[in-house]
Write a protein that binds this ligand. Structure first.
Ligand code: PMP
Length: 282
């Protein structure tokens, strides 16, 4: 694979980052994941805008412009012959002598690589649906910043797997926040419910698109908190993320959701999302 690191395209085994990099020592870094379908980038603009926001929130330098970023994405897709897959991007504050205070002179580290995922949009999970477990949300309080601190979500994923499930939905003060790496939704009496934006969840790029498409399709949307009890009594449930698009959830803990099969509105939203976002891909 060819990867990108600090201005250079290199074979992956020649790319290096300092052991003093603050991404490594402090998880002082942010990231984005953009899907590639048919060799094109889905919602590149949304990801670039959120990246800018994450960098600003952490007072981190912007090492490349949006146009440069697009060019790097395209180069990697081309050089690695990615038809379906993803581009991962990470920017850290850079290497500096270890100190909690942000260094003044560090050059940010920027790394991008691709992952090949043939048939990304034809996942069998989309037909079958996912099982999720509920866990307490023990992450930090600024989940709106897309940082590389992913250990708690990783623990949640492991807990889910240990119970024969696919993922975990996190609960804080009695309300569902989101999945380990996705936003969470329920549908009750044809109303689509998903948590409102705030510091408690990541502002999903897929979430934004799906809510817009839902409104165009005249589906009533309520952006508000919901409890696990409400979720378990819902007609349908699903998640969204850049690489899973719209993915049905058919069981939460031991409770089947609705019929226990992917719901009709969920399927429709997946179709609309894929069709529209592939049409708009660049
Ligand atoms: N929430 C969390 C915690 C995530 O990690 C992700 C994906 N990185 C999402 C939501 C979904 O965001 P997006 O639709 O932009 O991929």
């Amino acid at each position: 694979r060819t990867v990108y690191v600090n201005g250079q395209y290199l074979p992956e085994n020649e790319a290096t980052v300092s052991i003093f990099d603050r991404g490594f020592l402090f998880a002082d870094g942010v990231y984005e994941v953009t899907s590639v379908i048919g060799g094109k980038l889905l919602d590149f603009d949304g990801h670039a805008v959120r990246l800018e926001r994450s960098l600003n929130e952490l007072e981190m330098a912007h090492p490349v412009t949006k146009d440069e970023l697009l060019e790097i994405h395209r180069q990697l897709v081309e050089r690695n012959e990615i038809t379906d897959g993803l581009v991962y991007l990470q920017i850290t504050r850079g290497a500096a002598d270890r100190d909690f205070a942000y260094p003044k002179d560090a050059e940010p580290t920027i790394v991008l690589f691709t992952q090949n995922k043939p048939g990304l949009a034809q996942s069998p999970v989309a037909d079958k649906g996912m099982k999720v477990i509920s866990i307490e949300d023990q992450r930090w309080g600024r989940r709106d910043i897309k940082t590389v601190q992913l250990l708690y979500p990783s623990m949640g994923k492991m807990a889910a797997k240990a119970q024969g499930a696919d993922d975990a939905w996190m609960v804080e003060d009695g309300f569902v926040t989101e999945g380990t790496s996705n936003n969470a939704y329920i549908i009750k009496d044809n109303v689509l419910i998903t948590r409102h934006l705030g510091n408690e969840i990541l502002h999903g790029i897929t979430r934004k698109a799906v809510l817009e498409f839902a409104r165009v399709a005249q589906i009533t949307v309520e952006e508000r908190s919901f409890t696990m009890e409400e979720a378990k009594a819902a007609d349908e449930a699903f998640i969204t993320s850049a690489t899973t698009f719209v993915m049905p959830v058919v069981q939460i803990d031991d409770t089947p959701i609705g019929s226990g099969q992917p719901g009709p509105l969920t399927k429709r939203l997946r179709e609309i999302y894929l069709e529209e976002s592939i049409k708009a891909a660049i």
